[in-house]
Write a protein that binds this ligand. Structure first.
Ligand code: SF4
Length: 161
C-alpha cells in the first residue's frame, strides 16, 4: 500500500471547454499559485493520476474519451469538475450537442463553481478532493484486508495480494 501514500498527481481533460477554465487550471500550476507546494503534480498519463480535473460540458464526442481516461486511472481516484460547464453544462447546457456536466459520463466527487472558475476555487476543489481521496484510500485498504482474510479463510493459503 505504500505506493498509494505518494503525493497526489492530477490529469486534466478538456471536454468541450471554451478554454477559459483551462487557462485558470494552468494558472494554478504556475509559480504564482504553485499548487506543487502541496505535492500536487500535473501528469499527462491517467495511469499515474489520482485526481481527474474536468473542464467544459460533455458532448457525444468527448463522452467516450472521458470515460476511457477515468477507467485508465488506478483506484482509488477522485474527479473534480472545474467550472459551471463541467458542473452542469453551464451556459451551453441547452445546446443541441451538450449532454450535461461531467457527471453524465463519470462519477464526480467535487464541483467547483465559477465561469471561469478562479484559481483559488480550483485549489480549494483539489484540497477537498484530497480529503475525499484519503477517505477512499482508507475504505480501499479495509476492502483489501477483508478480501485477504476471506481468501485465507476459503483457501487456507496466505499468499493473497
Ligand atoms: S465555465 Fe465559463 S470559462 Fe469555464 S469552460 Fe464554461 S464558459 Fe468557459
Amino acid at each position: 500500500m505504500s505506493a498509494l501514500s505518494k503525493s497526489p498527481w492530477i490529469v486534466h481533460y478538456n471536454a468541450s471547454s471554451c478554454n477559459g477554465c483551462d487557462i485558470e487550471v494552468l494558472a494554478v500550476l504556475t509559480p504564482l499559485y504553485d499548487v506543487e507546494r502541496f505535492g500536487v503534480i500535473n501528469t499527462g498519463n491517467p495511469k499515474h493520476a489520482d485526481i481527474l480535473l474536468v473542464t467544459g460540458g460533455v458532448n457525444a464526442q468527448c463522452r467516450k474519451p472521458l470515460e476511457t481516461i477515468y477507467n485508465q486511472m488506478p483506484h482509488p481516484k477522485v474527479v473534480v469538475a472545474v467550472g459551471i460547464c463541467a458542473t452542469s453544462g453551464g451556459i451551453f447546457r441547452e445546446c443541441y450537442n451538450i449532454l450535461g456536466g461531467a457527471d453524465v459520463a463519470i462519477p464526480v466527487d467535487v464541483y467547483v463553481p465559477g465561469c471561469a472558475a478562479r484559481p483559488e476555487s480550483i485549489i480549494d476543489g483539489v484540497v477537498q478532493g484530497l480529503a475525499v481521496l484519503e477517505e477512499k484510500r482508507k475504505k480501499f485498504r479495509k476492502q483489501k484486508e477483508a478480501y485477504k482474510l476471506t481468501y485465507e479463510y476459503l483457501t487456507g493459503k496466505t499468499d493473497a495480494e
